[in-house]
Design a protein around this ligand. Structure first.
Ligand SMILES: [Zn+2]
Length: 306
């Protein structure tokens, strides 16, 4: 074979290789991602990622820099106060219904597994906090225990009362539940009297998850504002409580919605961005971790990793 011929053969093989790689990527990666996204459109509740947040949020943070901590005394730079504290995110705690689709299955944790997670956390000496307490922790007013974790439950499903609440009482753990105001009393959701009891227990913080679980970053700002403001006011009026924490449905937010949440008088908000360092900088899009079906030991490994 001549030199020229073998060169052409090589180019030909390369083209075939690239085509095969593209086809495989399309088959195994792009397709599932697209299907997942389409599912998100029709699924009324739950927060399968990817999170729909605007990168803008990270480009223009509201700068409220503080002077360095003691251990940074030699530095002249301003730093954000931050703390490594995992906020665990849960949705359904129940035996997965037979008709459950993929999204529902991924949002559902078996009660036996959930109980084991709590038992392991308890035995390892973990302390729990409400989401709203992060502001005190970050300002230095509250010193968290060395082993700390925050438990959060999105959407306010009935199982929070029937399964989670008895376990919180048993192990004296705190949790924050994010209520979708217009679903209160709905078939799958917490009723008014259940929420009243939860709020009065001292173990549960009631946070807002909008009026009807909307994509805040995809709607006119005036409507987003109504969802953010009204849900807080209605919850406060109905249950005679102060609502300080907010959760973005689908983890969807933008720089503008972050501003609206802050202006509405919330003191913090949680996102679905994965992470366990919380800081004054991301106080209105705090990071969370999915507990999923991990064993207690795996969960502790997740939240105590450096
Ligand atoms: Zn939700």
């Amino acid at each position: 074979m001549t030199h020229k011929k073998s060169l052409w053969l090589l180019i030909y093989l390369l083209i075939i290789l690239v085509a095969v790689i593209y086809l495989l990527a399309d088959l195994f990666y792009l397709k599932p991602v697209l299907t997942q996204r389409n599912k998100n459109q029709v699924e009324p509740t739950g927060q399968i990622i990817p999170p729909y947040y605007s990168p803008e949020v990270f480009q223009k943070p509201k700068f409220i820099g503080r002077l360095p901590q003691a251990n940074l005394a030699t530095s002249t730079a301003l730093v954000w106060k931050s703390v490594k504290l995992s906020i665990l995110m849960y949705h359904y705690i129940e035996y997965s219904p037979e008709e459950a689709d993929l999204v529902r299955q991924r949002l559902t944790i078996d009660p036996t597994i959930f109980k084991k997670q709590l038992v392991t956390l308890k035995q390892a000496g973990y302390q729990t906090y409400f989401v709203r307490q992060l502001t005190d922790i970050l300002s230095g007013k509250l010193q968290p225990a060395k082993q700390s974790v925050i438990l959060t439950f999105d959407d306010g499903y009935k199982d929070f009362y029937t399964i989670v609440f008895p376990l919180l009482k048993k192990y004296q753990f705190k949790a924050t539940v994010f209520i979708i105001y217009d679903t209160i009393g709905g078939q799958a959701y917490l009723s008014s009297s259940q929420i009243e009891e939860l709020a009065a227990s001292g173990l549960v913080e009631i946070g807002s998850h909008t009026l009807d679980h909307v994509y805040l970053s995809k709607m006119p700002l005036s409507l987003a504002d109504k969802q953010i403001v009204q849900s807080k006011l209605e919850l406060e009026k109905k249950f005679k409580i102060k609502v300080s924490s907010f959760a973005y449905p689908y983890g969807a937010f933008s720089a503008e919605t972050v501003k609206l949440v802050e202006q509405a008088g919330y003191s913090c908000a949680v996102s679905v961005i994965a992470g366990d360092w919380q800081s004054e900088q991301n106080l209105f899009y705090l990071y969370r971790l999915r507990a999923s079906n991990r064993t207690g030991e795996q969960l502790i490994k997740l939240i105590s990793s450096k």
